[in-house]
Each structure stands twice: as structure tokens, then as C-alpha cells.
Design a protein around this ligand. Structure first.
Ligand code: AMP
Ligand code: GLY
Length: 452
């Protein structure tokens, strides 16, 4: 079904699902503790009868559900909680538990098998867990991506590096907390960084390195929800990765997001579906990877043609904080349908509004920063949602900072400028020592300001 279309079957499906998802199965556990998980829990909590738990959560998730003090790596603790609380659906936020096999853990346990879980198994999660695997998968399935070579020894990479033009892209094969990609201006730097990476710059994650051709274009994030057979394209978004205005300075987890993205035209999205989404899902099927969950396509738009920069096996952060506000209806129904293999029949509509998210971060982030700063102004916010990322309560019950990315303010408008205005009106009301944010989220995308 094409996004936004509401079929009669979808409405019938809702009636049937309403019967088969009992009150008990409406207990949902979201794993993770960031802005993405707050946005997921916020959206899920809006559905009738849904009771949402978040493990471990943050000060914001406590407002939309019940926080549970269990780490995402504690599979036995998660199992006990799911059984004790009759959880019907588990939504895995971050990639690490997926790469570590949490879905396999559920599938292999006689008592957990009946619980629906959103995310790929360990093999599917390799699309994000190993860049070399992802590149081989794309090559096998004819999916457009940058030319590359995977190496374990510096000498093996020299000739390929010399064959490329500057800048040079080096990627640690494994998960490196979002830091494993280096983009270097000169061949000498690239050679010496290749040596450093293979020598353990990112630990085991860079024992293998993918050398890639540099793609120039504009990036965007396209989100697919698939049940292995069918798929839905969720609202796309643009992320702002650098710490400073004008996309200057160090790379971060993401400083803001906008959805929809003006350059993701229907024509571009159709190319994404035909050239990337369908071949990816066919490839997964052919390789007998049973994939029920999110596929986040990090794409480069090169002159109107999409290329895959990376696959992620989860939703993006902060993109989710914008995307969730544009999904209409009960998102839990979509996830139940995903787990049950009937995504083709689910009700799905998205708002035509523009959502814009600004991330407030701790002073010093993405390098060294302090935690424990008291936050004020949250009670002053109007016409927006503030999704908590790194926040906690102190002993007196006050909200304090507890991470680099602290809180994401999302507002909607009928265009980017309106959404920007509302978001920033609220951003300036939130105060904590060292607070920092970008001032230019969305400016590059609006026809009125893109020349600035
Ligand atoms: P990744 O962790 O793969 O998303 O890479 C981090 C960032 O590096 C991406 O968001 C891009 O901005 C950039 N990047 C990665 N691969 C390439 C490439 N082949 N060409 C240009 N930029 C890239
Ligand atoms: N915003 C990019 C990511 O979640 O990886």
C-alpha cells in the first residue's frame, strides 16, 4: 500500500486486530533511554489501551509510561520482566542489543516465543553491525552504493586508495559508537589513518576497514518498516550531524531533524523504492533472513539518484523525534501488524505538516561534558513536544542533565519556517548550565533561506 493511502481492508484489519490483541497483549516494552525511545513511547502511549514500559528510560519517558530499571544488555532481566508483566510487544530502540542477538534470544526461548518483538535477528542486524557485510550484501543485490574495498592490512588498501580522488572515506567495519567513519583530505593522511585504524584506533571494530569512494550530494534518512514480505515507507527526514551552525565542527549523534524533506520528491522516493527498498527486501528473503523491523537507509542524493551510505537496523535519533509526530493513528497497530506479517493491510497515514526538531546538548559535547545540571523552563513550553534524551531525576525530583544530547524540541508547522519559529520559541525557554544548540536547523531546506 502506498504511504498515506487508507484502504477499506485496513479498516477491516483494524476491526479484526482489535479482537485478537487482547488487553494483556497491549503491554508494550520499549528498550532504550534516548530521545528516540521517548518519541516511540510517546507515540505508542497515545493508542487506546496501550500500556507502555521503558527500560531503562529517562525523565521524559516516565511521563508517558513506566520506567523499568533494566539495562538493554541484560537479556535475562528483560525476560523476567516480560514474563512477570505479560508483555505482548517489545520494541528495540538501539542497535547494540539487536547486533548482540536479542531477537534470537526471544525466538529460542520457549516462553518468550509468543511475545512479538520488533527488530531483526543477529544475521539481519549485520547490515548495521558490519559495514563490510552491508557492502557485500549491496553488491550481491545490485543496490547503488559507493565503490569500495575491504581490507585487513594497510598494504592491501594502498593501490585502491591511490585509484580514488580526494576526499577519502575510511570506515571501521564494526560498531564504533557512531565515530568509526573518517573523511580525509589527502592521500598521506588517508594512508596513515588506515594504518591507525587497522592498528586498533577503534578497538576490534576497526580490525577490518572499508575504504570507500566519496559521494557528493545531499544526505537524507529514509525509514522502512517491514514484516519480511510487505513494507511501509515511514516519513523521511534530514538529520543535522555536525555540532556547529552551517554544518561546521565535529560530528555528533545528530543536532536536529526536519521531516518531510523537500528534495525527497515523489520521483526520488520512487527511485528509492525501486532501486533500494525492493532489492534490499528481496535480498533478505533470498538469504533467508527473517526481518521484521525497521530499516533506516542513510542515503546520498547525488543529482537526483539515491545511493546507500549505510544501513541501520533501527530508527534514527533525532529523526524519530520528528517522524513520530507525523504518523497518524495507532503506531502499535502497525507494529503488531509488522510482527504478524500483515503490514500490507494496516492503517497508515502521515500528516502533511512539517516537523522540525532541535536538539539541546551539554556544553562541550561531543567531547567532554558535565552532567547533573538542573534544567528549568520545561513547564513554559507551548505547542511543541520536548523529547528527553540524556535526562534523569535528582534526589529532589528535579530534572537534571545526564548525557551529551539532552532534550529534543519538536514543533510542527505548515511549512519549514513556521515549524522553525515554533520550535525555537520553545528552545530558548529551556535553560541549563552550558546549554548549546544549533540555530540553523531547516534553514538550508526552506526556499526562502536556502541561499543564506
Ligand atoms: P556513517 O556512519 O556510515 O553514516 O557515516 C557517517 C557520515 O560520513 C555520513 O553521514 C556521511 O556524512 C559521511 N559519509 C559516509 N560515507 C560516505 C561516502 N561514501 N561519501 C561521502 N560521505 C560519506
Ligand atoms: N541520526 C543518525 C542515526 O541515528 O544514526
Amino acid at each position: 500500500m502506498y504511504p498515506g493511502e487508507v484502504s477499506k481492508e485496513a479498516l477491516d484489519w483494524k476491526a479484526v486486530q482489535g479482537q485478537h490483541i487482547t488487553a494483556v497483549q497491549r503491554n508494550i516494552l520499549v528498550l532504550g533511554s534516548g530521545g528516540r525511545e521517548h518519541a516511540l513511547a510517546w507515540k505508542l502511549a497515545q493508542g487506546e489501551g496501550n500500556k507502555v514500559y521503558i527500560a531503562p528510560g529517562n525523565a521524559g519517558t516516565a511521563e508517558v509510561g513506566t520506567n523499568v530499571n533494566i539495562k538493554v544488555s541484560d537479556f535475562e532481566g528483560i525476560k523476567k520482566f516480560c514474563l512477570d508483566h505479560e508483555i505482548g510487544l517489545v520494541v528495540v530502540g538501539p542497535e547494540q542489543p539487536l547486533v548482540d542477538g536479542i531477537v534470537d534470544f526471544f525466538k529460542e526461548d520457549a516462553r518468550l516465543q509468543k511475545i512479538r518483538i520488533i527488530g531483526p535477528d543477529k544475521r539481519g542486524a549485520q547490515l548495521e553491525g558490519s559495514k563490510a557485510y552491508a557492502k557485500e550484501f549491496m553488491a550481491r543485490n545490485g543496490i547503488p552504493t559507493a565503490r569500495c574495498l575491504t581490507v585487513n592490512k594497510t598494504a592491501d588498501g594502498a593501490a585502491f586508495l591511490k585509484s580514488l580522488k580526494a576526499p577519502y572515506v575510511l570506515k571501521a567495519d564494526g560498531l564504533a559508537a557512531g565515530k568509526g567513519v573518517l573523511i580525509l583530505d589527502s592521500l598521506d593522511e588517508a594512508m596513515s589513518e588506515l594504518d591507525n585504524m587497522l592498528g586498533g584506533k577503534f578497538g576490534d571494530a576497526s580490525a577490518t576497514v572499508v575504504i570507500e569512494e566519496f559521494l557528493s550530494g545531499i544526505e537524507c534518512s529514509v525509514f522502512v518498516l517491514t514484516d519480511g514480505e510487505h513494507y511501509v515507507l515511514l516519513p523521511e527526514a534530514k538529520d543535522y550531524k555536525r555540532i556547529g551552525d552551517g554544518d561546521k565542527g565535529l560530528n555528533t549523534g545528530g543536532m536536529g531533524a526536519v521531516s518531510p524533506v523537500p528534495f525527497c520528491t515523489p520521483d526520488f522516493l520512487q527511485k528509492v523504492e525501486e532501486r533500494i527498498v525492493k532489492p534490499t527486501l528481496n535480498g533478505l528473503k533470498q538469504e533467508k533472513i527473517d526481518y521484521k523491523g525497521f530499516i533506516f537507509l542513510g542515503l546520498m542524493n547525488c543529482g537526483g539518484d539515491p545511493y546507500v551510505i549505510e544501513y541501520n537496523v533501527r530508527m534514527g535519533d533525532p529523526e524519530t523525534e520528528a517522524v513520530m509526530t507525523r504518523i497518524e493513528g495507532d503506531f502499535a497497530d502497525m507494529l503488531y501488524a509488522c510482527a504478524d506479517g500483515c503490514l500490507d493491510q494496516v492503517y497508515y497515514a502521515k500528516s502533511e505538516k512539517t516537523a522540525l526538531t532541535v536538539m539541546l546538548v551539554s556544553g562541550g559535547y561531543p567531547e567532554v561534558y558535565q552532567k547533573g545540571k538542573v534544567m528549568t523552563g520545561l513547564d513554559q513550553l507551548r505547542d511543541c513536544v520536548a523529547f528527553h534524551a540524556g535526562t534523569a531525576f535528582d534526589a529532589e525530583g528535579r530534572v537534571i542533565t545526564a548525557g551529551g544530547r539532552v532534550i529534543a524540541v519538536t514543533a510542527q508547522g505548515s511549512n519549514i519556517m513556521e515549524a522553525r519559529e515554533k520550535a525555537y520559541e520553545n528552545v530558548v525557554k529551556i535553560k541549563f548550565e552550558g546549554e548549546n544548540h544549533r540555530h540553523d536547523i531547516g534553514l538550508d531546506l526552506s526556499p526562502l533561506t536556502s541561499h543564506l
